[in-house]
Design a protein around this ligand. Structure first.
Ligand code: ZN
Length: 285
């Protein structure tokens, strides 16, 4: 499932083809993905110019020139591809998705780019929301700050976790605390910070919280830099595979020696509420 760094990688790949471009034609090949498309979805996209392409948590937000925001969530297997773009050769050439029967949305732009949304499992979804209603919309209401944004800082993290009796892992996965931080990156950040996933969120000392804050930022930034992580179905828009999974220190490494220098521990795995947790019992306390 694409997590925040993967969605950010997709955003960066899509932006050159979409931002500042007018959509000449949009088509849907079915009435729904995970949810039904909004009324007249394709007609409302057609003729609009995309003024900006942003990301909020794991949502892609295309700001249209009529004040609507076109939302895409990639779900588990959603993928944008760009065909026939007129940019620099090689830069934005995207291979045909492996199975065209799962291409559900096609968007063409004024300069001849063709964007296709392919989603075999259809857990992805799209919507059109007036920009003014975005913050109050159920997708975004109550959502915490972006982990890479200015509103997320050490003092905020301290405030958000104070008095919390849940585990620090559960707290960091709570979208109200911080937006879009998924399982893999929480697990990785906790290992780097030397904090056990089961540790009570409200009982972490200030110096360790500071370490955690920096670990969260570092893990996400490195993953974006590496083009996201490739896990089963995820592929970046150019079909290239992300490289961050090779840098996982604990995720998927059950039984491996701990990567922390001088630790000598062994990575353990446990499953809590359907999600795998990986940690080193020796250096994570
Ligand atoms: Zn260790």
């Amino acid at each position: 499932m694409p997590e925040l760094p993967e969605v950010e990688t997709v955003r960066r790949g899509l932006a050159p083809a979409l931002v500042g471009r007018r959509i000449t034609r949009a088509r849907t090949k079915r009435a729904d993905l995970r949810f039904p498309f909004p009324p007249r979805f394709a007609a409302r996209l057609s003729g609009r110019r995309v003024d900006a392409l942003q990301r909020r948590a794991k949502y892609l937000l295309a700001y249209l020139d009529d004040g609507a925001v076109w939302i895409t969530h990639l779900g588990m297997t959603g993928r944008w591809s760009i065909l026939g773009a007129s940019q620099q050769p090689g830069d934005f050439y995207y291979a045909e998705p492996p199975d065209p029967t799962h291409t559900h949305v096609i968007v063409e732009t004024e300069d001849g780019a063709r964007l296709e949304f392919n989603d075999p499992r259809r857990f992805g979804y799209m919507d059109l929301i007036p920009e003014a209603e975005l913050d109050a919309h159920p997708f975004f209401k109550g959502m915490g700050p972006e982990p890479l944004g200015n509103a997320f800082h050490e003092a905020y993290l301290k405030r958000a976790l104070t008095g919390k009796k849940t585990s620090v892992k559960a707290a960091l996965l709570d979208q109200r605390v911080v937006a879009g931080l998924g399982n893999i990156y929480v697990v990785e950040a906790l290992h780097r910070a030397g904090i056990a996933p089961a540790k009570s969120a409200g009982r972490i000392s200030a110096p360790r919280l500071e370490k955690l804050f920096h670990a969260i930022r570092a893990v996400l930034e490195e993953a974006i830099e590496a083009g996201g992580s490739t896990l089963s179905d995820y592929a970046a828009v150019d079909g290239a595979q992300g490289g961050f999974q090779h840098r996982f220190r604990v995720y998927g490494r059950e039984g491996d020696p701990c990567a922390t220098e001088g630790c000598g521990g062994t990575i353990k795995r446990a499953v809590h509420s359907g999600r795998s947790t990986f940690w080193c019992p020796r250096c994570q306390r």
